[in-house]
Ligand binder design. Structure first.
Ligand code: TEU
Length: 534
């Protein structure tokens, strides 16, 4: 028997923007509970919740100040238990997003590490180092969010390492007591009944103890970088992506499995894509992982999918997690379709997500085909938006509240939303789409049901069929079932020679139109079609 998570579909709830039950403008856990019928109705296998712990919210929950609790804006621990029980009663798994590579600078561990000085009991729980003789940072490491990855603390006369904001000090996973404290967080929530975790920046637990400088990215490769800020000017070989990081991941997986064989832990790996495969194999590391390769792709060319699976092919036993959209990147339809993103494109991209090999992650609103929201500078809440203004406005444009019903705040809150609802989402609310049999939402439900009913789409290997750009074609095959999946990436109709598909059965679930005549198939603009092979 395959584990439940292999080929499962998980719905990513960005809690603060999902549904506000309390009228304070912030989404909350009772709000997720109130909308559980909606989530169940999608046909997904489970949810993963963005970080729920108390946090000063410098990075919106990715800076945790208390791993045992629930953020007051979101409710109390009892609200979490109620949500967990209700989800389990419906057969839905619940996973938490655990951020264990760094903490908030307000976490008591960090406060003690700072105030206890260089000889205190928690002195080495974080990555502290003396400045260079000239007073500058200990080495050249750059933060993902720009500038040096070190902050000076007069109290200790030392720098501490932070890979993200300076309010997110890196926990020292080389220190046994700190490591055990972090692993105990997993025990706590597993014993409370959660089914597993999404692990934030899972490639970064270990740093090089000698603090070796990172090498630069060669100048001629820099133009290919998607994330054009300073952090990407160097290869993060010594602050993250260390081969021995797999040992930590392995310890995490074993800890998770010690609470039951059906618990699941997958990692988010942003850099060094090839590593993800090595970090998550049946023998070692996490159960699964995903990278930013497809999340950062912006050109609707078949190459981004092919390249991703080519990289994965080096690790044939790695089971991937697939994500095209999340709370860090522009929403899929806008990323690939710009301002002219069409409903057809939204459906095709959703079909692609659900047809690919892996455990699929749907980001809330992706099932509605929501475009990116445009916000003014004074509406932004993400610190990254401000840092790089006006470069793409940061990450708030994909974090605006879910549109539930037409009317004030699109039904998200009775109060003032923490981030404005998007004017781009008018007409795309859940209520309106539920009334329209041709909506993106109606298609999403069919697509999830198709995958659920098909062992090939859930568990099959993926073999590409050699078709010319802009058509992506592959076959998923498992235990006697074979489904060919075809996608027209262009906004013009296409005819494709496909003698290998002659005699196949064109399935009713499809986006756009498809017409199979002997050995050739016609696809309408942005069509997605599925054929059962004899
Ligand atoms: O993201 C990891 C990460 O690498 C991102 O910072 C990514 O490079 C960037 O957002 C691209 O747009 C995770 C979380 O998903 C993110 O929200 C957090 O800010 C970050 O970790 C720090 O915890």
């Amino acid at each position: 028997m395959e584990p439940w998570w292999k080929g499962a579909v998980l719905y990513h709830v960005y809690v603060r923007s999902f549904f506000d039950s309390g009228g304070d403008g912030h989404g909350d856990l009772p709000g997720v509970l109130a909308k559980l019928d909606y989530i169940e109705g999608l046909g997904v296998d489970g949810i993963w919740l963005s970080p729920i712990h108390p946090s000063p919210n410098r990075d919106w929950g990715y800076d945790v100040a208390d791993y045992a609790g629930v953020q007051a804006d979101y409710g109390a621990l009892e609200d979490f238990q109620r949500l967990l029980d209700a989800a389990h009663a419906r057969g839905l798994k619940v996973l938490l997003d655990e951020v264990l590579s760094h903490t908030s600078d307000e976490h008591p561990w960090f406060v003690e590490s700072l105030t206890g000085g260089q000889t205190g009991p928690k002195a080495d729980w974080y990555v502290w180092a003396d400045p260079k003789d000239d007073g500058t940072a200990p080495n050249n490491w750059l933060s993902v969010f720009g500038g040096p990855a070190w902050a000076y603390q007069p109290k200790r006369r030392q720098h501490y390492h932070h890979k993200f904001l300076r309010q997110q000090p890196k926990l020292n996973w080389r220190e046994p007591a700190a490591r055990e404290a972090a692993l105990s967080v997993l025990d706590l929530w597993l014993s409370r009944g959660v089914d597993g975790f999404r692990l934030d920046v899972a490639g970064t637990f270990l740093h090089d103890a000698a603090l070796t400088d990172n090498p630069p990215v060669p100048v001629d490769e820099r133009t290919r970088l998607h994330w054009s800020h300073a952090g990407n000017l160097q290869r993060h070989l010594h602050d993250s992506n260390l081969p021995e990081n797999v040992g930590v991941l392995d310890a995490i997986r074993r800890r998770v499995e010690s609470h039951g064989p059906d618990r699941f832990v997958f990692g988010e790996f942003s850099e060094e894509e090839a590593r993800c495969g090595a970090y998550c194999t049946p023998e070692e590391g996490l159960h699964s992982g995903y990278t930013f390769v497809m999340l950062l792709a912006r050109k609707l060319e078949t190459a981004f999918v092919r390249e991703h699976y080519r990289t994965l092919a080096d690790h044939p036993f790695h089971w991937p997690t697939i994500s095209l959209s999340n709370h860090d990147v522009p929403r899929t339809v806008s990323r690939f379709g710009g301002k002219d993103a069409s409903p057809e494109l939204a459906k095709m991209l959703f079909a692609l997500l659900l047809a690919l090999k892996g455990t699929a992650l749907i980001y809330q609103g992706e099932e509605l085909g929501l475009p990116q929201a445009s916000l003014a500078r004074d509406q932004l809440r993400d610190p990254v938006g401000d840092l790089y203004w006006p470069y793409d406005g940061g990450r708030d444009g994909c974090r605006t509240p879910m549109p539930w019903t037409p009317g004030p705040n699109l039904g998200f809150t009775d109060g003032t939303p923490w981030l404005p609802t998007a004017r781009e989402h008018a007409g795309l609310t859940v209520a309106e789409q539920e009334r329209d049999p041709d909506s993106a939402l109606a298609f999403a439900r069919q697509m999830i049901a198709l995958r659920k009913a098909s062992p090939a789409l859930r568990l099959g290997e993926l073999e590409f069929l050699e078709k010319d750009e802009p058509v992506l074609a592959f076959v998923r095959r498992h235990e006697g079932e074979a489904i060919a999946c075809l996608f027209n990436f262009s906004d013009a109709p296409r005819f494709v020679d496909a003698p290998e598909l002659a005699g196949a059965e064109l399935l009713a679930v499809r986006a756009g139109d498809a017409d199979l005549r002997g050995g050739s198939i016609g696809l309408s603009p942005h069509a997605a079609a599925f054929l059962r092979l004899a």
